[in-house]
Design a protein around this ligand. Structure first.
Ligand SMILES: [Zn+2]
Length: 236
């Protein structure tokens, strides 16, 4: 009789827990644990499905938003695999662990670039109750020792701790879209799109934008997305 984890966390937190369970092989000696992980993931299915539907119903214009288009394609691919694994129960979870152990982490990473966090959304964290529920479950059903369970739970809680400064990633992706679509230089991008508080945007702003785009490009390359911005700069 598979027993689920009594866990009231949101999708982001569940994704992180599933990923950690799959990666650390905390579960392998208990067949029921696979079923429980899949149950946990299944509780996020409707959210995943509606995100997928949104991507399909409102696709970005590839001419105006080439980077967003490419990244969304990778996102959709991954969400489809995750949904498929989730629907296949314990077998799907074993397949996920063997073939795509970092899938939920990748989905969350991509979401950080495409989804703006609503200002009133609760911060990412794991409540004491959730930490206890997860720890109890690990000891009872994943044949974990207390010390291993404690380590696991504190690792997940730490990775979910709020990061402080609001993310500028969504805007950074838009800036890259504009650079690729219009061939704008960094100083042009700074004057038109810089999100700092200054009234006039100067060379420090262009330099910051250059660094942000570099960071984004290295994330994109992890997902096999490569652009040649140098070719497209028409207004240096
Ligand atoms: Zn600025």
């Amino acid at each position: 009789m598979p027993v689920g984890i009594n866990f009231r966390a949101g999708r982001e937190r569940i994704g992180m827990v599933v990923n950690s369970l799959v990666v650390t092989e905390m579960h392998t000696d208990s067949p029921d644990a696979w079923e429980a992980i899949s149950e946990l993931l299944r509780s996020t299915e409707s959210r995943l499905e509606s995100d997928l539907a949104f991507c399909r119903d409102y696709p970005p214009d590839p001419g105006k938003h080439p980077a967003t288009t490419a990244l969304l394609k990778e996102y959709v691919k991954r969400v489809e695999i995750l949904l498929d694994c989730s629907r296949r129960g314990a077998d799907g979870m074993k397949y996920l662990a063997q073939n795509h152990p970092y899938l939920t982490n990748e989905i969350q990473e991509i979401e950080g670039w495409i989804k703006r966090r609503k200002p009133n959304m609760p911060l990412r964290s794991l409540s004491e109750e959730d930490q206890d529920a997860l720890g109890d479950w690990l000891i009872k059903y994943a044949s974990s020792s207390y010390s291993k369970a404690r380590q696991f739970v504190s690792g997940v809680a730490k990775s979910l701790r709020p990061k402080g400064a609001p993310s500028k990633r969504v805007q950074t992706l838009k800036i890259l879209d504009a650079r690729l679509a219009n061939g704008w230089s960094y100083s042009m991008l700074a004057s038109k799109m810089c999100d700092c508080d200054a009234k006039v945007h100067n060379s420090y702003c262009s330099e910051r934008i250059r660094k942000r785009l570099k960071e984004l490009e290295s994330v994109l390359s992890k997902y096999g997305i490569h652009f040649k911005p140098a070719d497209s700069v028409k207004y240096p």
